[in-house]
Design a protein around this ligand. Structure first.
Ligand SMILES: [Fe+2]
Ligand SMILES: [Fe+2]
Length: 268
């Protein structure tokens, strides 16, 4: 059994530089009230990877009410500073976040094993460089971390790019090598957390629960209000609640429940 009352706050696409400060304050207040066990921060902390944006993101992360696992998104690479994008793409990330984007980051606590990976790439063999990719070496490292975890732990993968799309986001595309990743993670992981498309929802793919969070407090809306997700886990049950901005605070908008049988999840 996982620890009763395990709660993960999933926030994404903060986009400091295009953020709404009052909404960011309201999110911190909501998170304090929700009292999560951990916070998953699913990338795009900044708008253009500038120094001031990273400083603001760092100051925000320092106010979170629980340990955070933070992964980069495509906007955390220098966009217009093309020279930096290719010669020192993660210099500011390393400086302000203190983690190596080329290695998985791990957060474990009673009943939970969480692994974060960087799916943002400097370029891709296609016109849209914002599309990310998960590679075979990362999948080996993720598998090794999950194999190390106690068998009943909730195993959570955190990455910026999506493993499941709805109709509204189909044009954005899945993370590169998603089919391979889903095959490798089947019966090994429980929950995949992502962002990037600025839409909040959850569902099941190949026996894994996927939760996508919207943009937490930026003005870069893609057809729906700002939101974040609250994941509650208790043994073989999971609930994913989308908490949407309603003009003055975040409120419950949608809640979906899932159940696990022999390490395979299905919707209730
Ligand atoms: Fe984004
Ligand atoms: Fe993104």
């Amino acid at each position: 059994m996982t620890t009763p009352g395990l709660r993960i706050a999933q926030i994404s696409d903060l986009h400091f530089g295009r953020h709404l400060p009052a909404m960011a304050e309201a999110l911190l207040a909501d998170l304090a009230a929700v009292a999560p066990s951990m916070v998953a921060v699913c990338g795009d902390l900044t708008q253009t990877a500038r120094e001031a944006e990273f400083r603001a993101a760092r100051a925000f992360l320092d106010q979170l009410p629980a340990p955070a696992l933070v992964v980069p998104g495509n906007h955390d690479l220098p966009g217009w500073e093309v020279w930096s994008r290719f010669t020192s793409p993660w210099r500011r990330w390393r400086h302000h976040l203190g983690t190596d984007p080329y290695r998985p980051v791990v957060l474990t606590m009673d009943g939970l094993a969480a692994v974060g990976v960087n799916t943002a790439r400097r370029w891709g063999p296609h016109p849209d460089w914002s599309r990310g990719r998960i590679d075979a070496r990362q999948l080996v490292a993720i598998g090794a971390e999950f194999d190390r975890a106690p068998v009943a732990d909730l195993r959570v993968l955190i990455a910026h790019h999506p493993f499941l799309l709805t109709e509204a986001g189909l044009h954005r595309g899945l993370v590169g090598r998603a089919p391979l990743a889903l095959r490798r993670l089947r019966r090994k992981a429980d929950l995949l957390l992502g962002g990037h498309i600025h839409l909040g929802y959850s569902g099941v793919v190949d026996g894994l629960v996927v939760a996508q969070s919207g943009t937490a407090f930026s003005d870069r809306l893609k057809g729906e209000p700002n939101s974040y997700n609250l994941v509650e886990a208790d043994g073989d049950r999971l609930a994913v609640t989308v908490r949407r901005w309603g003009g003055a605070r975040f409120d419950t908008h949608d809640r979906r429940e899932y159940t696990r049988t022999e390490r395979q999840w299905s919707a209730l």
